[in-house]
Design a protein around this ligand. Sequence first.
Ligand code: IMP
Ligand code: MG
Length: 171
Amino acid sequence: MAEKRMVLTADTLQKRVQELGWEISREYGGKKPLLVGVLNGAFIFLADLVRQIDIPCEIDFVRVASYGKNDTAGSITLTKDVEKQISGRSVILVEDIVDTGNTIAFLQQLFSGRQADSVRICALIDKKERRQVPVPVDYVGFDVAEGFLVGYGLDFAEQHRHYPHVYHLVP
Ligand code: IMP
Ligand code: MG
């Protein structure tokens, strides 16, 4: 079993998620934003985030699959779509990690094409070292330089999602 080293404690996560919730509340007053969580990784982040938002908002989910071996370029398909109408809505895509950027760029294009009023990106973690597509991440929880992360929703082969802290998985 790989060793794991603590990167973000539950307390650190909670404080930053609270700030993001306040920021979104301030900037989206009167707009009733639609927060679209990207399953499965964002489920804990989204659950904590919405409890720090004190304006009316709605929630929906998408799920994507990627078939690339080392990156997601050109191999992304939508396996679960939202059920809400997107036209005219202020959409906030809520993702666990933006890595190469391919997944979130695919989703941003998809929702923009549905005539959303705006499509912004909120990611718990921005990992820039492997970025292939220049995507503007509007709300960033944490910049993490490198390494494979697990916990707080993030998985490795569907394991480790349930930890309250984020760890660097050291092979
Ligand atoms: P992309 O490379 O930006 O398209 O990211 C694809 C997906 O890979 C993200 O939604 C994450 O779920 C996953 N991912 C990228 N880096 C990590 C990591 O360090 N831990 C767990 N999942 C990751
Ligand atoms: Mg993911």
